[in-house]
Structures are given as structure tokens and as C-alpha cells.
Write a protein that binds this ligand. Sequence first.
Ligand code: UDP
Length: 472
Amino acid sequence: MQNTKPHAALLASPGMGHLIPVLELGKRLVTYHGFHVTLFVVATDASTTQSLLKEPYPNINIITLPLVDISGLIDPAATVVTKLAVMMRETLPSLRSAILALKSPPTALIVDLFGTKAFAVAEEFNMLKYVFDTSNAWFFAITIYVPTIDRNLEDKHIIQKQPLRIPGCKSVRFEDTLPAYLDRNDQTYIEYKRIGIEMPMADGILMNTWEDLEPTTLGALRDFQMLGRVAKAPVYPIGPLARPVGPSVPRNQVLNWLDNQPYESVIYVSFGSGGTLSSEQMAELAWGLELSKQRFVWVVRPPVDNDADGAFFNLDDGSEGIPSFLPEGFLDRTSEVGLAVPMWAPQVEILAHPSVGGFLSHCGWNSTLESIANGVPMIAWPLYAEQKMNATILTEELGVAVQPKTLASERVVVRAEIETMVRKIMEDEEGFGIRKRVNELKHSGEKALSSKGGSSYNSLSQIAKQCELSLH
Ligand code: UDP
């Protein structure tokens, strides 16, 4: 019998920052564009990944690929990027077998940034191949421009620390570039360069952004000469994928606590799925929150210099559970106004809660979009990866965030500066302006996703059409 529904196979690399948007893409393909989806995930023992995958998702078949032992293949001190790249490469044989074992062959394979080696598998099975860059267009532009930089040797940027020009796009300041772009002998640089060459080989490039958010960069990306691209893969902005399709998480302690707080009175503090601070920085942050006298929800993780290494505390566990790395008495003094949540919190639901009025964030792109999609102003506190670029977009281009000035000098941000910033977005005149702008962006994002002619909705419809055509 002829298949009538297009079937997309999605491949997510390990890490919640990759899995969450890939899963959301799958849900949208199923809910709005008539797809059947198979989601391939590399097994990890992260409890957050496991609990996300435990949920039933109608018409999404989740297949876990075995985790490959890569310890003998890389330097133990290798960066996360290198580890992910090697892991995804080593997973290819099991991906291939899993696709072969499917009852109906998928029409298309959609991989994230780290999965482009799987294009070979897609070609072998005559599938369309797409890459979903879960970040923004500006980051995508620099990634595919890396091979050209490599040819031209951008010495000014590297030696004289000048801004890095990306034709047609905003330049990237030296201090905002990833260290990986600066060292041609670094394995991370080599992997990025490879990814930059492979991504444009796709039949289409999906991005978690939208036309009205990054019109200039998207325009540059469509001008194939400009970025030295040889392959003419069309660019599809499909975002913001930031508000989950389907049921939300059940009520829990944090959401119940938020129910009892005044409208837009709480600042939410979180550094993404893995971000951590030094113990000195953490203590300053605690003091800054306390001095600001604002209500807060803070997702607390052990500091990076903590010997305890993952042996985490339980904040509900009486005095013994109170972590030594928070200032003495902090939890008691703030118990009326604040909630410190260990390790992980239901972020999307928190940001959507009417009591939340600000977000101190590490500016991971998912967190950024989740804040915008809920009209929540931000304090941009980037830590790693492309987060400094994201913070620049938020503060300088969109005007929806403030940023600690001290971060640029890589010193500890002290309590007084934190107190001032928190007050600025929660109480001050400047905060009202930011709130107004972020709400305008929220509506712009909603418009892009609308089934009544929204640009991002139309992008996914075009992909659906390509897949349907290849069924016949
Ligand atoms: N997240 C969450 N609860 C947490 C921390 C993170 O639900 O306590 C989710 C967050 O909503 C986002 C993702 O994990 O969807 C993190 O992605 P992001 O791109 O912001 O940062 P990354 O973790 O990749 O650095």
C-alpha cells in the first residue's frame, strides 16, 4: 500500500539544549503538517533526558541508539563539541541498522548541528536530508563562514583582535567569538570547520529563528556568493520553537509557589542545562539577589570549584541539606521571598507563569527564545558556546536585556552590580521599555508561527511539500 503520510526521521545529539528543540520540531511536524516522526536519541543516563522521553508523544516513535564508548578515541580533556562530534560519528552504524529495521522507510532525515555525518546514511537510503541548527541565523552564518576564514586567514581578527567580518552580517567582536574559532590546530576548530562545510550540503537548513527577528542575516544567508557557500541549500527559519506543543508538566512545588506571588514580581535565575558558576560568583549572586529585595526562583547547581562533584544537596532536607556554597543564612533570610531549586526546574512553565517578570539567563538560545516567547525581559549573563553572541543580539540589537558590564573583563560580577541590574529590569523605567520591546517580539514570534500565513509555519509547510513530492 502506498504511504500517504511523510515520515521524518529526526536525530538529536545528547544534551537537553539539543533534544528539546528537536523534539518540539517533531511535535510540530506531527501536529500541524501531517507527518509521522521517528526520533532517534543517543542513550545517556541523564535523568532529565530520561524523564522527557518517558512522556507519550502521539505519532512520534522514539528509538534510543546505544551509547558508544568513545573514551579510547579522544583525549579525556577534549571539549564538549569534540566529544559530541565523535560520539555522533560513532553512532552512525546503529542509526543505519535502526533505519533498516523500520517498517516504513523515512522520507527525510533531519539532524542537528552535530549529526551532519549522518547525511551519508540519508543518501544511502535515498532520503531527503536536512539540518536543524537549533541556534540563530547569525551563529549559523559564522559557522558556515569558518571554512572561508580558514582560506583567507583573518589575521586581523586573530592577531590584532579586530571584529570578525561576516559578509552581509553584523561583525562579531573578538571577545564574543568562540575560542574554537581562533586556533586552527584545535580539534574543536577542526570539527566546527567540518560542520561548516557539511551543513550547506543539506537539502534544506532549518533554524530556530524567524524572518522578522533576523532579516539582515537571513538575507545574507540567501545570497550564496556572499558567504562563500558552494552548496545552495535553502534556508528555512522555523522558530521560535519555544512554547511546547501539547500538555505541559504537572503542577509542582515551584509552580504552586509562583501561584502565590504577585503579578510579574519574580525574577527567575538559571544557567541552562549545564551551566555553573564559581563559588565566589555564586556567593555574590546570592547576595545580589538578597540585596535587590526582589522575589526569585533560582535553579542552583554546585559551583565548578566544588570538590563534592555532583554529590548534590537536597534543599528540602532541613539544615543538613543547606549547601555550604551559599552564604550563611541566605536560605533562611530569603525564605519568604525566594525559592532555591536544586539542579533542574520546569523552565518553560516558570517563564510562562504570570508571576514571573524577569529572567537572569546564560543566554542559551532555547532559554533566550523561551523568554521572548513569554514576553520576559532578561539579564544576559553568557557563559560558553555562542552565548556571548546571543547576549549581544539581546542587548544591542533587540534591546530586551541588560548585561553586567563586569562580564566583559571576565571578573566576578559583584553583588552591587547584580542588585542594580535586578532592580533595573524588575522595577525601573528602563525595565518598562525592555518589557514593552520583548512583548512586541513575543507577538512577532507568534505571528511567524501562525497557521494563517506565518513565515515559520510556511517554511515547515514547504518542507512537508518536498517530502510529499518525494513519496510519489
Ligand atoms: N531547562 C529546563 N530547566 C532547567 C534548565 C534548563 O527546563 O532547570 C531547559 C530550558 O528550558 C531549555 C534547555 O533546557 O529549553 C536549555 O537550553 P539552552 O539552549 O537554553 O541552554 P543549554 O543548556 O543548551 O546551554
